[in-house]
Design a protein around this ligand. Structure first.
Ligand SMILES: [Zn+2]
Length: 427
């Protein structure tokens, strides 16, 4: 049966290509969140035809949801003949902005030298298409399977997932009583099993001063100079300390196997004027300066310590610097997530990779987060991985593509894993 499944997927190669092209041609740009309904309607037709029951769910009231840009999601389910586990494939349908530097039409889906090009080709419409082909081939060849297969297409992963997986998880769609195994076909490469991701803590640091005329700065207090002291202390003590924190998580790329901090932005003084403003700036001492930091942390770290690291740093500056006053505001937090290596979905997909690729997979952890965070924290479902075709480094770049052979092989792995989890059990 396993050989027949692999051959069946190979035989559906043209269907897989056409499906991926169709998905790329629906320009589901986020923000603002365009054409979510269109892509859900497309998936609805496809999956109804394949014998799935479908449900379209609008994340009414979620961040970004409006009548102009409604957050539509689809959940499709096909029940088997016997009781058993449910395997769920979750893909986000949104893509990020196109950007500059394309040599192909970003929404054309051109096939060139064995690759399909377009925004979202690898992140992650190729993965979505591979999971649909895998499920369709499996139910056609093993119609008396046990349990159930679910396929969801969800909104807003690129902007936090609140109108997508988080919304569904809050409504029980990822309850472990309903779903037992989740594969997220993000582009982590066809021979890698992604167990989870590092944690995130975003915060805004504000330094405060006093406004005065720029010709007499001694009458005010410059908030930008205070922020300079923060930057200085970060360079002196924080960045070296973060570089010393190494993790046991198999994060790729290697450079992310430590704690990191990015300074997303700094704004101080009067706001920048419109491009068509032809006058001069005014002479003022800035009384506010704000910095947004993006701290990525490890499973070995505790979020309270991550926060304390910054407050301690600010308090240290305050102890030696006159009139140093600051504010600190948390913007966003996600705890790290890592599925056990011996979890059933991990071992099942690993066996399938070995059968298709002839070697054991690499186990990796993503430097950034993805929708697994909501499945883990809200859904309380731990048996979840990311596995899908495509090269992560191409995501969000110009001339994004997905390799057709990679999609075929990833679909074979998914189908073999379905057979392993839902197929007839050896007597
Ligand atoms: Zn993605």
């Amino acid at each position: 049966m396993k050989d027949r499944l692999r051959a069946e997927i190979e035989a559906r190669r043209e269907d897989l290509i056409a499906l991926t092209q169709d998905l790329i041609r629906i320009p589901t740009l986020n923000p603002p969140g365009r054409h979510y309904r269109d892509i859900c309607d497309y998936l609805d037709r496809r999956l109804l035809h394949a014998g799935f029951e479908t449900e379209l769910i609008r994340a009414t009231g979620a961040p970004g949801d409006s009548d102009k840009y409604p957050r539509w999601n689809i959940v499709a389910r096909r029940a088997g003949k016997h009781p058993g586990d449910c395997v769920h494939f979750n893909s986000h349908t949104d893509v990020v902005e196109v950007g500059h530097g394309w040599t192909t039409d970003p929404f054309g889906g051109a096939v060139i030298d064995g690759r399909i090009y377009g925004r979202g080709a690898c992140d992650m419409k190729g993965g979505l298409a591979a999971s649909i082909i895998a499920a369709e081939a499996f139910v056609d060849l093993c119609p008396d399977f046990s349990g159930a297969i679910e396929i969801s297409g969800t909104a807003d992963e690129e902007s936090g997932g609140f109108g997508g997986v988080a919304y569904l998880a809050e409504r029980g769609y990822f309850d472990p009583a309903r779903v037992q195994h989740v594969i997220i076909p993000e582009p982590l490469n066809k021979d890698r099993v992604c167990l989870g991701h590092r944690g995130v803590w975003w915060a805004e640091i504000e330094t405060r001063g006093e406004i005065a005329h720029g010709s007499m700065p001694f009458l005010g207090d410059c908030a930008v100079r205070h922020m300079g002291a923060v930057l200085d202390e970060m360079e002196r003590s924080l960045f070296p300390a973060l570089a010393r924190k190494r993790t046991e998580m198999p994060v790729v790329p290697e450079g992310a196997r430590q704690s990191t901090l990015n300074i997303n932005s700094i704004h101080g003084g009067e706001p920048e004027q419109e491009a068509d403003y032809t006058g001069l700036p005014s002479p003022c001492v800035p009384d506010r300066c704000r910095m947004v930091v993006d701290r990525r942390f490890l499973i070995e770290e505790n979020i309270d310590e991550v926060q304390a690291e910054i407050t301690d740093l600010l308090d240290r500056i305050g102890a030696s610097r006159a009139n140093f006053d600051y504010g600190l505001r948390e913007l966003h937090r996600v705890l790290p997530s890592m599925t056990d290596r011996d979890a059933p979905i991990v071992t099942s997909v690993a066996r399938a990779v070995e059968e298709v690729m002839g070697r054991a997979p690499d186990y990796v952890v993503s430097p950034g987060t993805y929708d697994q965070k909501h499945i883990d924290r809200i859904g309380r479902l731990k048996n979840c991985i990311a596995y899908g075709p495509g090269i992560l480094d191409l995501a969000h770049k110009p001339d994004e593509y997905v390799g057709i052979d990679d999609m075929v092989e990833a679909a074979q792995v998914m189908a073999l894993s379905l057979h392993d989890l839902l197929g007839p059990k050896p007597a």
